[in-house]
Design a protein around this ligand. Sequence first.
Ligand code: AHR
Length: 831
Amino acid sequence: MPKTPDPEAVPKRVEDFPVRFANPKVYSPMAMSRVAARSEMNMKAILLAFTSLLATSVLAQTIIVHVDRPLHPISPTFFGMMTEEINHAYDGGLYAELLQNRTLQDDDKPTHWSFIGPEGSGSVDLDTTHPVPDTAYSRCLKVRNGGVANEGYWGMAVLPKTTYHGSFYAMAGPGFSGSLSVSLTSADGTQTWATAQIGGIKNGWKRFDFTLKTANIAASQANRFAITPTEKGGSFFIAGATLFPPTYKNRANGNRSDLMAKMADLNPSFLRLPGGNYLEGNNLASRYNFKDTIGPLSGRKGHPGTWGYRSSDGLGFLEFLEWCEDLKCQPVLAVFAGYALNGEHVAAGPGLQPYVQDALDEIEYVTGDTHTKWGAIRAANGHPKPFRLTYVEVGNEDAFDRSGSYDGRYTQFYDAIKTKYPKLQIIATAPVKTRRPDVLDDHYYSPAREMAKLAKKYDSYDRSGPKIFVGEWASLEGGPTPDHKSALGDAAFLTGLERNSDHVVMESYAPLFTNMNRGAAQWNTNLIGYDALNSFGSPSYWVQSMFGKNTGDTVLTTDVLTPTQTAVPFTGGIGVGSNETQVEYKDVTVTDGIRFIPLADVSKWQKRGDWTIDGSHLTSGLGRNDRATTGDLSWADYTLQAKARRVSGKEGFVVVFHSIDGRNFWQWNIGAVGNTESVVQRQEVWDFRAVAPSTKLKLEDDRWYDIKVELKGESIRCFLDGSLVHEIHLDPDPIDAVYSSATLVKSTGEIILKLVNFSDKPTQLPARIVGSSAGSFRSTGWVMSGALGDQNNLQEPTKVIPRELPARMFKSGDRIDLPPYSIVVVRLKPA
Ligand code: AHR
């Protein structure tokens, strides 16, 4: 599974998706060959002469906050969270289970389990002939002449002075005698951190419970869980093994405390669950079905997820609700609505009715008292008290259903739910005509600059339509967690949502979590990262925290006088590629004009497709849109050179630059459209377009060409064998330098100002407070600043975090310091 999803790998499938994405055109491989033909149309985007309109200073700006002109209350459900099983968010993430592949359904071999003992002396096999009666454990491990270990999820956190609770089903096999030892050990088995003995293993399955207690050891994660027989020889069977550390609020089958604490700190008012694509399933059969995820763990077999791995369903539906309870927030319940990711759908009518009934049952499980069928089942599962529920969402991203069936499906769900639960608000995931949804769910995933522009999206939005839930959104730069540039884009976007929170009643960033280990993630920008032992919040997480904790209750009118604009610099790494063409590249160099910028060993470049590496030579396969890239966001104003040779296939060379990630980069496509044209293109999330007119060009076979791309500011110059092929001066595409919103805490008269400086210039912004009876204020607050490419990670978890501002006295007209690239929250309390 690639760490950085390419557009082709991300399940975005609709060319024409006008409602919810900033970049409505979706990239498809075919679109690439159409790009040159469309380039004339795209010319509007280009200014041929360099413009000097960019402001060099933002000093002239002033913000006026009108305390006497309140706009509207902020929706009480404004800040929330969205969750699904992606990037090992639950299994290998929030869900505290330490053992991977508990149900042994992940594979047709005992994946994540291994034999302990001299090589060749014994074995661990997956056994399908000894199911454990009255459980979902149809498979077990058969261990012969030795022991068995579970590797956990990229290791296993072992902490000092900690008690772990575990259990498994065990049965003696031929020749077994003695008992079993269970232990937590280092991954190589040389150190034992805790151990316990289990006797009474007989013919016939029996469940055994145990505890493991560690001494005052150092915390570590390169560990495993081992089950070994005390006597040599013989065989035994194990099924349904589980092991838990202490959990948040000590819930049995509960969640990791560090991740729960991070969410609690965001002060969310809701949790949108259970997905996302995870709700829909890859096909109808593997949709999310809450009924398979409740009751004792031994009854849960798990199900195939939508992000390339199986879900244990250990974190099942009741655990979702308890997660909400622990965070004192409400679930926003997304119900499966008859459409799966492979395009299968169930048309409205009798065939859809069982799914509608499932949704009604699910709502009853959440809200019903113990006299109702599903309320009683919830009580039997351990939670007699019903949960609060205000919003039910019908499906997820149903605009992708090209059959046009959503209107009918939504209507059937809407009518059934409203009839039984008239007070529930029903969210639609795409526009519908037959019913008027209470709320419409809009999703935005875009580069930071575009997210900042979207801050104005709802300012002039038609208020007569359904309310808006921005149920998934994120600035997409930095991976696997967003960088500071994304945080600026997020903060700018949030000021716009907050300003419009009369109509935008809810928002939730997505995705929430990523396991940081290689191969664990499927999505590039995720709010919170972790491994088995540690976790951190990205700069975007801190934006959510700064905004979520400082809401106020009423939005105030603000004016920004003489707003100025700023350019967001073009930066990023480099690469080479090909499209259904075998190309050989050598001597790739990057220089900033003074010195060569060292390139990583080509074998370590990030690759999409089949590449053959021979020393510094890279040869592509014949795949579609293959790429090998390196470098990072700090690279600006450089010259990229390479030698390239066409070996076979339809097209020519692809040279990548300004590369942010697999979905945001620029490329010079030499030999595009069946080796007839040369064109410079920009890939932005799902939009792939020419940025200047193409030119006729045909490459010869088996001949080495010299390629050079010179990048300086907004200028791009492309040379082939020393001849200038393209000279492009880009529109710097400026955005506002400062974004703002202001709210009031009515009871105290406190004013909360949120300010985002998206420019590289420090500024002191005069803030005039109009209409307040207070002559002066006590000012407190937080500031977060950094370089655009700065990221937090497991090694440097707090590189970009908010800093508290010293308290001071503030009078109307005083200046607020906005460092370059900063997000500032100021609270002004009448003194
Ligand atoms: O957040 C990741 C995915 O993006 C969600 O599963 C899906 O709803 C959207 O397309």
